[in-house]
Design a binder for this molecule. Structure first.
Ligand SMILES: *[C@@H]1O[C@H](CO)[C@@H](O)[C@H](O)[C@H]1NC(C)=O
Ligand SMILES: *[C@@H]1O[C@H](CO)[C@@H](O)[C@H](O)[C@H]1NC(C)=O
Ligand SMILES: *[C@@H]1O[C@H](CO)[C@@H](O)[C@H](O)[C@H]1NC(C)=O
Ligand SMILES: *[C@@H]1O[C@H](CO)[C@@H](O)[C@H](O)[C@H]1NC(C)=O
Length: 453
């Protein structure tokens, strides 16, 4: 029990309980553990930040609170239920929003943990996705989180959308052939990226430790279940035609799969990548148009509250409309308030926890709490920040549909606007204005939670 008030609360509740609406006490006698208890905020106690002016909007850590209450400053009231505490404990900014939230924005959050998981054959892996079915306003990009066990394949396939990928764990071998007949094969590991243009057929095979990767598509309605699979194209052309096309007898197809494979176990890839180097008269895809970029080898740009690594067509030309940043935010730090003038932002949380407020013109704002495995989506020019709300580093990837990674930072904008204009508009003091940096911060430092009172 974290909060001083709670011990007293429990004994108080125990004496009060038997008379409260027939609510049963739990069998171990721990009344506070019973989620259906009616308890007024006075009885259960509030977190310190709940009583402050609601516009201060401090992060409320409900995770270890037995009976969180939807109260901010003078607003809200107690919640007798029905409810399930697990959602409220990890979404305190939804349950007791900062007083600065207003109106209704789009929903800018999808936890992959709520996605239906598609399981591969014979324990070979799985894939789960986010698209406009679950986040209707995320129109420019969609995402897939996929795991392949050692030697498992994502079946040979192609699709209408362009595919950009970040390897999250392990390693895999990827291969493809383009419309000119140029071939490609490479091994990529955690932190590397790849890109396959629309229509270019490719496959992915996990190496020794298996692999988990993120796929981002340039269509919000992309559906990972609707790709063109090698097994299906063989199954759905007349065998006489297939035989004529490939110059083989019809009987050559006697043993082809009669169902799609999608994710399935395979023969381990040869250790030497050269053993899988197939070339046509067109040769191999040159390095300047490579479908992979060993982003894991690129050093991070260190900033006050963490670090930033940017990959865009300057370093990875083939992905001509994908720009991304991997952002690390130290405990207490924050990706500063900013917006992207040229693109919507699709974000995936890789590690840790954070929160962000989406501000939409003219006056709507919603604060979301994010965890590793969540997708966030911020439309073009809509401001947002990501504050680390946990005790460990927060790591996420921001993906844009743009030929360059760009943002406008609120702090830089205000600091580099003539002071008189800002003072006439915002009534900020000279002292305040002299503290704001004219330089972009990317990630600002802050006090870690553990060192706060
Ligand atoms: C991959 O996941 C395994 C199992 O959780 C972990 O031990 C390993 O450190 C991870 N590797 C990377 C590169 O994240
Ligand atoms: C593949 O083979 C071609 C032609 O022999 C060669 O130029 C190229 O370097 C090889 N690539 C790899 C990755 O081995
Ligand atoms: C990049 O993607 C955006 C969003 O889909 C689109 O509006 C824009 O035309 C694309 N730019 C290029 C150069 O393809
Ligand atoms: C600006 O703030 C000061 C207090 O610091 C207040 O006295 C003044 O009325 C404000 N001006 C406007 C225009 O709101």
């Amino acid at each position: 029990m974290k909060f001083p008030g709670v011990t007293a609360t429990v004994s108080l509740l125990l004496t009060v309980l038997p008379t409260v609406g027939g609510a049963p006490t739990s069998t171990n006698g721990n009344a506070a553990a019973n989620p259906n208890l009616r308890g007024s905020p006075e009885l259960v106690g509030l977190l310190p930040g709940q009583k402050e002016n609601s516009k201060t909007g401090s992060y409320l850590d409900f995770e270890s609170v037995e009976n969180p209450q939807p109260i901010r400053g003078s607003k809200g009231g107690d919640d007798p239920g029905p409810r399930d505490y697990s959602y409220e404990r990890i979404n305190s900014d939804k349950y007791a929003p900062p007083g600065t939230d207003n109106g209704a924005t789009i929903n800018a959050q999808w936890p992959m943990g709520l996605s239906h998981n598609r399981l591969g054959l014979d324990k070979s892996g799985w894939a789960r996705q986010q698209n406009t079915d679950v986040l209707p306003d995320a129109k420019e990009m969609a995402g897939v989180d996929m795991r392949l066990e050692p030697a498992a394949y994502r079946e040979l396939h192609w699709h209408v959308a362009a595919e950009w990928s970040l390897v999250l764990n392990g390693s895999c071998r990827i291969q493809a052939i383009n419309e000119d007949g140029e071939t490609f094969v490479d091994d990529v590991q955690a932190g590397d990226v790849w890109y396959f243009p629309p229509g270019v057929p490719h496959s992915i095979q996990a190496l020794d430790d298996g692999v988990e990767f993120l796929l981002v598509f340039d269509q919000g309605s992309f559906n990972e279940d609707n790709t063109f699979l090698a097994s299906e194209v063989f199954m759905h052309n007349p065998r006489e035609v297939m035989a004529k096309n490939l110059g083989v007898p019809v009987s050559a197809f006697d043993n082809i799969p009669d169902k799609e494979l999608y994710i399935f176990n395979g023969t381990p890839a040869p250790k030497q990548i050269e053993d899988q180097n197939v070339t046509t008269g067109a040769g191999i895809i040159p390095q300047s148009r490579s479908y992979s970029y060993h982003f894991s080898q690129q050093p991070a740009h260190e900033v006050a509250g963490g670090s930033v690594k940017i990959v865009d067509p300057l370093t990875f030309p083939i992905a001509s409309n994908f720009s991304a940043a991997i952002v690390t935010v130290n405990p207490g730090g924050m990706r500063e308030i900013h917006w992207h003038p040229s693109s919507d932002e699709w974000t995936f949380f890789i590690k840790g926890q954070g929160r962000g407020t989406l501000f939409t013109a003219p006056s709507d704002a919603t604060t979301f709490d994010y965890r590793a495995g969540d997708v966030a989506y911020f439309p073009k020019s809509n401001s947002h920040y990501i504050e680390n709300t946990g005790d460990e580093d927060l790591v996420f990837v921001e993906v844009l549909q743009a030929p360059k990674f760009t943002d406008v930072a609120l702090g830089q904008w205000i600091a580099s606007t003539p002071r008189q204009i800002v003072k006439d508009t915002l009534n900020l003091s000279d002292d305040t204005l002299s503290r704001i940096s004219t330089e972009k911060q990317y990630v600002v430092a802050g006090e870690p939670k553990s060192s706060q009172p």
